[in-house]
Ligand binder design. Structure first.
Ligand SMILES: *Cc1c(COP(=O)(O)O)cnc(C)c1O
Length: 338
């Protein structure tokens, strides 16, 4: 058992035992390789380095009270990874290779899965990169698929606590018909300036507007947006946002709790009418909004006068976490025990 302070794990990379790798060469996938090394050897002209031919995923394994390790919705992550691959012309992964590697990498690093009481989890990071040396811009012929894992604490060190969101009105994270719906590295490079600006304004999250009209709420830097109003769960309908598996799960739970679901355009001016607002994604599950800071219009929207998450966000958060760790029956079939 590694000697880690499980209750105070940061959201950052920690070395584990092994990572797994699989190369795509001459039009086919090779053997799965187990590696202790944390580095890769890469040609200096590899397409992933110069032209961003890179996609990734982020999923989690959680230890339950029963000591069992559960992986959350791996098939959905598999499907999304392949739809990302298609979007930027990379070879799709055979399901069997993806499945084998996910389960094997968790098994090989079992002692790094944080214990139940810690509230922490094992973050699984699959990565696919183009490795052919090239100067011209066209898809690689060879690829490396690798998966590493790392034990992490809550994305925000305060845990489930309302945060300040910075409303970005100058920059976009994605183009209207670009790759905003793809988990590709380039999108995150684009958002770095906004993340810096938000941090300077003492905000923990960035909220982007739709890149075409700058009129609707679109997406956070690495999480989807949702709001609660009149017993309704509302989330943006947009071509430039990443289809979050957490968001989809929350919609299912909200429906199950008797709420209405609306997936539609959300005008900026509607922000003042929301009872609760939050961002959702694998790492945070839900990051509730304390305030949204609109510095351009000199406005602040408040959602948490008492500094606590709203009642519906809290209920959704607790239920999803309970399913992920096995405290609540998995009636939707979302978890797989290792
Ligand atoms: C990964 C990600 C999300 C969240 O997706 P989940 O499947 O819930 O983890 C949302 N938006 C962006 C931009 C992302 O990269």
């Amino acid at each position: 058992m590694p000697n880690l302070d499980w209750k105070n794990l940061p959201f950052s990379y920690l070395k584990t035992n092994y990572n797994l790798r699989c190369y795509f060469r001459n039009g086919k996938w090779g053997e799965i390789m187990k590696e202790k090394s944390e580095t890769i050897e890469l040609h200096i002209a590899a397409t992933c380095l110069h032209y961003g031919q890179e996609i990734f995923e982020g999923m989690k394994a959680v230890q339950g009270r029963d000591g069992k390790i559960r992986i959350f919705r791996w098939e959905e992550h598999f499907k999304r990874m392949n739809s990302s691959a298609r979007e930027i012309i990379m070879p799709e992964l055979p399901k069997e290779i993806f499945r084998k590697m996910i389960f094997e990498v968790v098994r090989l690093n079992k002692e790094f899965v944080p214990p139940y009481e810690s509230g922490a989890f094992l973050y699984i990071r699959p990565l696919l990169i183009g490795i052919t040396p090239q100067l011209a811009i066209h898809p690689s012929s060879d690829y490396l698929f690798l998966i590493f894992v790392t034990p992490v604490g809550p994305y925000c060190k305060e845990g489930f606590k309302p945060l300040d969101f910075f409303l970005e009105q100058e920059r976009d994270r994605a183009a209207p018909s670009g790759t905003g719906h793809v988990k590709a590295g380039g999108n995150y490079a684009t958002s770095l300036q906004s993340i810096k600006k938000a941090a300077e304004a003492h905000c923990q999250l960035v909220l982007f507007l739709d890149p075409k009209e700058k009129k609707y709420i679109d997406e956070c830097s690495a999480a989807n947006f949702f709001a609660i109003k009149n017993n309704t769960y509302i989330t943006p309908d947009s071509k430039s946002i990443l289809p979050s598996i957490t968001n989809r799960s929350l919609m299912t739970l909200a429906k199950d709790m008797g709420m209405k679901i609306e997936r539609r355009k959300i005008e900026l001016k509607e922000l003042e009418s929301f009872e609760e607002v939050g961002a959702c994604g694998t790492a945070v599950v839900i990051a509730p909004a304390k305030r949204i800071i609109d510095s351009k219009n000199n406005r602040i929207y408040e959602y948490s006068p008492d500094g606590k998450p709203g009642p519906i966000s809290t209920k959704l958060y607790n239920r999803l976490r309970a399913i992920q760790c096995g405290d609540e029956p998995d009636k939707f079939g979302w978890t797989t025990i290792i």
